[in-house]
Design a binder for this molecule. Structure first.
Ligand code: UDP
Length: 481
């Protein structure tokens, strides 16, 4: 660790969708703004995702010397048992971790001038408040979601029934009127009071931070950013400073043999001919949806590259071990019989991590059928790849709503059984890759790509936001801690 650099600490979250942009952000702080960064990682987080934390350390390796990883010791939680609800366990683990974070922050040889927490780690704001360390949130999702979360207490008062049952578009400052079913899935149902109240409490903690850095850029969410800055979501007195600094995406390179296999396969395909299909890091498709998707892709006649990952472990242990409730399923068995054989001349199904950035930047990739995780969304736009939106859970519906509204995605519509049918998959795949709708969307996404790139270069809106917050932290360095 270099001594003279201003020092910040980052408390991450273990999902890939959180780790990847956080590491990339840390790299920019160290390489472009001469900071040193310490990631504080509880042992239980490493236990939940050993592969992910290792991946994160590899991603950070190009900033060696300026990025450190501090692993905290293990903690025990009272009344722990294997069937404990995962959210309850994580929240208890966070509570027990606070004292360790406090000790770590007190013991740094070079005190930190700012503490940056993942949005799921707002519990750590108790520690920074106690130590009087300025705290910031790195918001890994959209400004739209931030508007919704910060406005949630007001919304919950205005509308007393479950949002999914509301039959009129809901007004949230900054967003176009949004159907209740397009709000994040975990906020839709109020019959489970405990879970809704937890979301309410969590969202109200975000405003305790001194600032919120958002992984977005002005041109994709201009109204949302404006609403946040102009006191329409929260009053100016309640509102943390807002810094749209995105799109921050991984600068990943090819690592494994399976990485190379994907790219070599793409090398053999015509330009813009391949539909890339991926549902993010967690493989959350149901067995029935996998079958419909496969049959739809087959019927569409389009070339495709499909990342069909195993779902994550379904429970975690407190200490060093990760327990899975069942053995990993063989995803091949979930595909319709003979599917891979019948489509082998124009399709590749990959059952391991796919190098998404090299795939999206490959000239053969012409479309992305995505779950609309926020990172995938930004990565697709930054590489000018038009989307088919097939959202599953959490904020993905809201992101899909935004993308369809911005005309950079075609929506794959759910049938009455909640599945996207094979006929619908066939329709949207053809439309995006060959239809008039696809041509319009491609033009629009190319324009947005230029704007995203411009936001990041010197003088661009995100570049300036990043420089502003870096300057604030440098100013704080040595004064408030
Ligand atoms: N990703 C990847 N290869 C895969 C699956 C995912 O590189 O096979 C990366 C993807 O590029 C993105 C992140 O993992 O950076 C997933 O984040 P996103 O927000 O899109 O979805 P989540 O996994 O959080 O649902």
């Amino acid at each position: 660790m270099e001594s003279q650099r201003p020092h910040v600490a980052i408390f991450p979250w273990h999902g890939m969708g959180h780790l990847i942009p956080l590491v990339e952000f840390a790299k920019r702080l160290t390489l472009n703004h001469a900071f040193s960064v310490t990631f504080i990682i509880p042992k239980w987080m490493t236990a939940v995702s050993p592969g992910q934390i290792a991946y994160m350390q590899r991603l950070a390796s190009s900033a060696v010397g300026a990025i450190d990883f501090l692993e905290l010791p293990g903690v025990e939680i009272e009344g722990d048992h294997p069937n404990m609800n995962i959210r309850t366990r994580l929240s208890l683990l966070m509570e027990e971790t606070k004292i360790l974070v406090e000790d770590a922050l007190r013991s740094f040889r070079f005190p930190v001038c700012a503490f940056i927490a993942d949005p799921f780690a707002t519990a750590m704001l108790d520690v920074t408040a106690k130590l009087k360390i300025p705290s910031y949130i790195f918001f890994t999702s959209s400004a739209s979601l931030l508007c919704i979360l910060l406005y949630l207490p007001t919304l919950a008062q205005e509308i007393e029934i479950s949002f999914k049952d509301v039959d009129f578009p809901i007004e949230v400052p900054g967003l176009p009127p949004i159907p209740g079913r397009d709000l994040p899935s975990h906020l839709q149902d109020r019959s489970d009071n405990v879970s809704f109240n937890r979301s309410l409490q969590h969202s109200s903690r975000l405003r305790e931070a001194r600032g919120i850095l958002i992984n977005t850029f002005q041109d994709i969410e201009a109204e949302q950013v404006k609403a946040l800055l102009e006191g329409k979501v929260l009053s100016a007195a309640e509102m943390p400073s807002i810094y749209p600094i995105g799109p921050i995406v991984s600068s990943s390179r090819l690592e494994s043999e399976s990485d190379k296999k994907c790219v070599e396969w793409l090398d053999g395909q015509p330009d813009s001919s391949v539909l890339f299909v991926s549902f993010g890091s967690r493989g959350t498709l149901s067995d029935d949806q996998i079958k419909e998707l496969a049959l739809g892709l087959e019927a569409s006649g389009q070339r495709f590259l499909w990342a069909l990952l195993n779902p994550p472990p379904s429970s975690i242990q407190c200490e060093n071990s990760v327990s899975t409730t069942s053995a990993e399923p063989d995803m091949r068995l979930l595909l319709p019989e003979g599917f891979e054989n019948r489509t082998k001349d124009r399709g590749l199904v990959v059952h391991s991590w796919v190098p998404q950035i090299p795939v999206l930047s490959h000239p053969s990739t012409g479309g992305f059928l995505s779950h609309c995780g926020w990172n995938s969304t930004l990565e697709s736009i930054l590489h000018g790849v038009p989307l088919i939106a097939l959202p599953l859970i959490n904020d993905q519906r809201t992101n899909a709503f935004l993308l369809v509204n911005e005309a950079v995605a075609i929506e794959a519509k759910n049938g009455p059984d909640g599945l996207v049918s094979k006929e619908e998959v066939e329709r949207v795949a053809r439309e995006l890759m060959e239809g008039d709708g696809g041509i319009k969307i491609k033009k629009r996404v190319r324009k947005l790509m230029e704007k995203a790139k411009n936001a990041l270069v010197e003088g661009g809106s995100s570049y300036n936001s990043m420089a502003t917050v870096a300057a604030v932290w440098k100013e704080l360095d040595g004064h408030s801690c």
